[in-house]
Design a protein. Structure first.
Length: 79
């Protein structure tokens, strides 16, 4: 299937290694035209982000896509 951008999104912010709530949170809350795609492989940081997203109103939460993966030049499996 294809991914569909939420209505009104005109900009995408990619946050690689989102760590502990970087600037994406404030920007997504303030600007309804931004979609944040966040990559966070560390389980504790991922959980913190997921929990924050869960507490947001739907119009904010739908514009934060959080993926529990790392981005880098090599392919690797972490187990």
């Amino acid at each position: 299937g294809m991914l569909t951008l939420p209505s009104g999104v005109t900009s995408i912010l990619v946050d690689v290694g989102a760590s502990v709530l970087t600037e994406f949170a404030e920007r997504v809350v303030q600007d309804p035209s931004i979609l944040a795609i966040c990559f966070e492989p560390l389980p504790s940081a991922y959980e913190e982000h997921r929990s924050w997203i869960e507490r947001q109103p739907p119009h904010v939460a739908l514009r934060v896509w959080l993926l529990p993966v790392a981005i880098g030049p090599d392919v690797a499996l972490v187990g």
